[in-house]
Design a protein around this ligand. Structure first.
Ligand code: NDP
Length: 388
């Protein structure tokens, strides 16, 4: 029998379960490109319910306990004396989410001799030390595609919110004002702007497809060219990100966090952009230099910055991004909409079913197995990406 430790974000402050705004969510069977949504044998939750917080338990408890396994669910994850740290020594499986990451460091893995499987209930396993996972024989898997479209929608929303000055204008309504001039003094149209997408993966491509009808000129920079997509969306490819950012008004970041992308957006790169550019980053916070962003917003080099990813997560109360000017940051929530939760909860169940029954985990979910990068991991975290 296995012990599964699941680290999830806290319940709503008003209690659990919440009152749902809608009675159901739309059903989808396949993602763009054809990959099927998760296909577990069964689910023990209502799609559209809050599954990602502690009381939601990703809907896993009935299934795991019926099979005799132990499930521990907690939000308490900070070292050195958290519930996670206390449960690790005899944990077989750790489930964590990028939104509330249980950082599985080499030290923690050394304190978890039974650990065999680390599941990311979402996408992006950079909170797991992948080298340590390879060394300790831990399989790492994530629910590829489960929330890619959710993030793409959030990205388009944030681009529009920044460019059109939505959030400050909304604040005037809350303050009882009707200050049109204050609202529009920083309000522009997205139409005809040059928009650059950094990394044409699942999210990057979905963002480009959604932006095309706005009449923007699209650019992209990624490791590999996609000529068919270039023709379909009239894209301009830039082999070097530097040439892309110089010509763009908006840059949207969708690359994984790897040594090659860490702090790529520093003072120099941001300084080479047009004055008054916008950056949206729903990928990972560490791809940008935290303080360079603050400096650029204060100087006017950037007209706005938005995203939902921070470091660390949760960020401290005095994190400078909370108070920097002209930002549209949210907590890390773009990939945790209720439909996304239904998909990554079902995907987590599918991975657990496969693993407990000794069946292979879908290749597209795999990051590390048998001491090496495999599946999606081999593509996203390849050795060429380990070079700065
Ligand atoms: P994909 O793996 O589909 O796409 C990532 C793309 O990044 C790949 O297609 C690859 O391009 C490109 N890439 C990899 N390394 C580099 C590099 N060094 N320079 C330029 N491009 C590179 O991932 P997703 O689109 O699904 O997700 C992207 C990222 O978004 C994730 O890694 C994760 O960190 C983040 N994310 C955030 C979420 C949120 O809630 N905010 C939720 C989900 C993901 P190529 O094919 O050209 O090699």
């Amino acid at each position: 029998m296995s012990k599964i430790v699941c680290v999830l974000y806290d319940d709503p402050v008003d209690g659990y379960p919440p009152t749902y705004a809608r009675n159901s969510i739309p059903e989808i069977e396949r993602y763009p490109g054809g990959q099927t949504v998760p296909t577990p044998h069964d689910i023990d939750f209502v799609p559209g319910h809050l599954l990602g917080s502690v009381s939601g338990e990703l809907g896993l408890r009935p299934f795991l306990e019926k099979e005799g396994h132990t499930l521990v669910v907690t939000s308490d994850k900070e070292e050195p004396d958290s519930v996670l740290d206390r449960e690790l020594p005899d944990a077989d499986v750790v489930i964590s989410q990028p939104f509330w990451p249980a950082y599985l460091t080499a030290e923690r893995m050394a304190r978890a001799p039974r650990l065999k499987l680390a599941i990311t209930a979402g996408i992006g396993s950079d909170h797991v030390d992948l080298d340590a996972a390879m060394e300790h024989g831990v399989t790492v898997a994530e629910i590829t595609y489960s929330n890619s479209i959710s993030v793409a929608e959030h990205t388009v929303m944030e681009i529009l919110a920044l460019v059109r000055n939505y959030l400050p204008s909304y604040q005037w309504v809350l303050k009882g004002g009707w200050n049109i001039a204050d609202c529009v003094e920083r309000s522009y149209d997205l139409e005809a702007m040059n928009v650059g997408i950094f990394a044409a993966g699942r999210i990057g491509r979905a963002v480009m497809r959604r932006l095309k009808p706005f009449g923007v000129k699209l650019h992209y920079s990624s490791r590999h060219r996609r000529t068919e997509l270039e023709e379909e969306l009239d894209l301009t490819y830039h082999q070097d990100i530097r040439s892309m950012v110089q010509v763009c008004d908006v840059v949207s970041i969708h690359a994984p966090l790897v040594p090659a992308t860490e702090e790529l957006f520093d003072d120099e790169l941001i300084g080479s952009m047009k004055r008054g550019s916008y950056i949206v980053n729903p990928a990972r916070a560490e791809i940008v230099d935290r303080d360079a962003i603050v400096r650029a917003l204060k100087s006017g080099q950037l007209a706005g910055y938005a995203g939902d990813v921070w470091f660390p997560q949760p960020p401290p109360a005095d994190h400078p991004w909370r108070t920097m000017p002209h930002h549209g940051m949210t907590p890390h929530m773009s990939g945790s909409s209720l439909p996304a939760q239904a998909r990554y909860a079902a995907g987590t169940r599918e991975i657990l079913e496969s693993w407990l029954e000794g069946r292979p985990i879908r290749d597209e979910y795999l990051i590390v197995q048998d001491g090496k990068l495999v599946g999606t991991g081999a593509r996203s975290y390849s050795t060429e990406n380990n070079k700065k």
